[in-house]
Design a protein around this ligand. Structure first.
Ligand code: GTP
Ligand code: SPV
Ligand code: MN
Length: 618
């Protein structure tokens, strides 16, 4: 590690953004005193306190009273701005440090005894070395600050898949976000009980000084532990989400025979009342939240789409079928582009009780972002806290600005969202953001072919992670940044799950983002994705037509319900078609990706590659 860049240091100190780092608070009696009975938890908290030396310890209970108190404190400390109560009731804005606006994949580590366990796609470090390094950074890190202890569960309260976690943090913003994103407080303490040997996740987070050169997100799967330092943003610090539900989750899932996936879960009901559930894995900022909240176009009168989850699915096998639960309690969604036109359910969800991060603030205390309905405000304060007008070169909202909102705000929430056993899955959909090559939709020939489609998936990078945007990279099952162990073993786990299923979901690949020669999207997307979903459901019900192609089953235009679709027939033909030249390049890229993994790819998937090449006559 080099020494911190002066420029970043200045940004940390200048504070044009709001304060992440706030001094200790002194709560009144009865608040912050929910110390659990479990001594394993108390001992661990005391160990962390000894190391980090906070001014005081705040034990969260998740109550409304506690939340109100913390919101007040966060306002007083400039961590949050209260928004206009009439325009966005009970809602707040947070500005993160400009050096800290997305997940940081370069400094995310899987710390397993051997490098092989972490595999070719993860950053690896020896656990002992990483613990030493992090403990060094955490020494005295919370001096003058309050240390919050957040108990939470991931999963519906009565699900066999549900996991308990505790997150220690010195960020009040993290506490307020975790109350939205997880089932937090006493519900977790109760579930854990006083069993000293019970399993629970230990998460430690400290902002330190929000210095990008001292920012590490580290996972210790064997210890069910996470340590995150130096960031105050989203997936880096809400340890329940990417860290526990996906990285540690995927590790536990393989050991215990279930699946932890970066997938939305939605229900789709026909006018006759037939209901199917599907899951879909798209990489970050590639359309999960929007698909999960889809409102069908007018022509599909009587069809209903309901949301079970928008980002993460935990799935288990029962009676030879896959069942999914959403481990989360809220949505941490991309704001820019969200409008009544693109996603009315999201707009209604974020109209109240929402915690916004890095959007623009209007002069009358409302929020604004690029792509919101209506004209831009004549003047606003941008996500960095600077003056902004429509003539400004800078964006008013950061491209990765987010909302955190309780899922119960969603008017399209599925009735079975809290069902512990989960919802039965009829189809698995993989998809990426691809300007070319990938048709709108196609179906795998069988389970292992579907696993191959997932394993070779690629997508253009987005603002959800730091680094270049728009570069095509392989992102197997949308899990590249989230798989907590060796990707070869992960592929094998998928194949093994398939062997245990007697009523397995059909597997599909979609691409909403293919572009024409004019550089414009060929497909309108959003609500019109219902047309694709309908075909998928028809295929599950064995009523939909398709043509056999080298890449899988492809719909022809008359297999899709395209009535009242405002797209030229020529574009429909283009988006449904496959270009053999593009596919030669694609095949070579898939081969190169497998080769780059250094021999960990299961034999079964190597065979799938050969079959695919053979179908192209190669
Ligand atoms: P994460 O929360 O990062 O995991 O993102 P996500 O996968 O939930 O993506 P989200 O639904 O928030 O969409 C990300 C971006 O893609 C937004 O700017 C959307 O407006 C855009 N988007 C979503 N669906 C579509 C679509 O069908 N067509 C097009 N053209 N854009 C879409
Ligand atoms: C993603 O990047 O996939 C997200 C946002 O859902 S974050 O929680 O920051 O990871
Ligand atoms: Mn996501």
């Amino acid at each position: 590690m080099g020494s911190p860049k002066v420029e970043d240091r200045e940004r940390v100190n200048q504070s044009t953004f709001m304060k992440d780092i706030a001094p200790a608070i002194s709560p009144p009696a009865g608040i912050g005193e929910a110390k659990p009975a479990n001594h394993a938890v108390i001992d661990w908290v005391q160990d962390v306190a000894k190391l980090t030396q906070p001014e005081n310890i705040f034990w969260c209970d998740g109550s409304g009273r506690e939340n109100d108190y913390l919101l007040g404190e966060a306002g007083r400390q400039d961590v949050l701005i209260k928004l206009n109560e009439k325009k966005v009731p009970r809602s707040y804005l947070h500005r993160s440090n400009p050096n800290d606006v997305a997940r940081i994949e370069q400094f995310t580590f899987i710390c397993t005894p051997t490098k092989k366990e972490a595999g070719p796609t993860n950053n690896w470090s020896d656990p002992a070395e990483m613990y030493t390094k992090l403990h060094e950074m955490l020494k005295g890190a919370m001096r003058g600050r309050t240390m919050f202890v957040i108990p939470y569960i991931m999963g519906p309260p009565d699900s066999p898949l549900t996991k308990v976690g505790f997150e220690i943090t010195d960020s009040i913003y993290v506490v307020l976000s975790m109350r939205i994103m997880t089932r937090m407080g006493n519900v977790a303490v109760k579930r854990l009980g006083d069993d000293q040997t019970a399993e629970w996740n230990r998460g430690v987070h400290s902002l330190l000084d929000v210095d990008p050169t001292r920012r590490f997100i580290c996972h210790f799967p064997q210890d069910n532990a996470i340590i995150s330092v130096g960031s105050g943003y989203g997936g880096n610090v809400l340890l329940s989400k990417k860290c526990l539900a996906l990285r540690i989750g995927s590790y536990l899932a393989r050991k215990q025979g279930w699946m932890a996936e970066h997938m939305l879960i939605l229900g789709v009901e026909s006018p006759e009342g037939r209901k199917h559930y599907v899951v879909a894995a798209f990489p970050s900022a590639c359309g999960k939240t929007n698909f999960a909240m889809l409102i069908p176009p007018k022509h599909f009168e009587g069809w209903k789409v309901t949301t079970v989850g928008d980002d993460i699915a935990w799935m288990q096998i029962r009676d030879g079928r896959l069942y999914a639960v959403n481990p989360e309690n809220g949505y941490f969604g991309v704001v820019p582009g969200t409008s009544y036109k693109s996603n009315p359910n999201a707009m209604k969800s974020i109209a109240h009780d929402t915690l916004y991060t890095n959007v623009a603030l209007t002069d009358d205390g409302d929020v604004w972002w690029e792509g919101k309905d209506g004209a831009p405000p004549a003047h606003a304060t941008d996500w960095r806290g600077n003056d902004w007008t429509p003539d400004s070169k800078e964006k008013a909202a950061h491209p990765n600005s987010r909302f955190a909102t309780p899922m119960f705000n969603n008017p399209a929430l599925d009735v079975d969202v809290e069902k512990g056993e989960g919802v039965p899955i009829s189809a698995i959909i993989f998809g990426g953001r691809r300007s070319d090559t990938m048709p709108l939709v196609f179906q795998a020939f069988d389970w292992n072919h579907g696993v191959y489609l997932g394993a070779t998936m690629a997508s253009e990078t987005t603002a959800a992670a730091t680094g270049a945007v728009g570069q095509v990279r392989r992102d197997p099952m949308a899990m590249l940044p989230f798989c907590g162990y060796n990707i070869g073993d992960y592929f094998q786990h998928w194949i093994d799950i398939g062997k245990r299923l007697t009523n397995s979901p059909l597997i599909f690949h979609v691409n909403w983002f293919r572009k024409g020669a004019d550089g414009q999207f060929l497909w309108p997307g959003f609500g019109d994705n219902m047309r694709v979903l309908k075909w998928i459901i028809d295929r599950c019900a064995q009523t939909g037509g398709a043509l056999k192609s080298p890449i899988g089953w492809l719909p022809s235009p008359h297999d899709l319900d395209l009535a009242e679709l405002d797209v030229a027939h020529k574009s429909v033909i283009e988006i449904l078609g496959i270009d053999h030249e593009e596919w030669q390049t694609e095949l070579a890229a898939q081969e190169k990706f497998f080769d780059s993994l250094g021999g960990v790819v299961p034999e079964e998937l190597m065979k799938q590659r050969e079959h695919l090449a053979a179908r192209f006559g190669l």
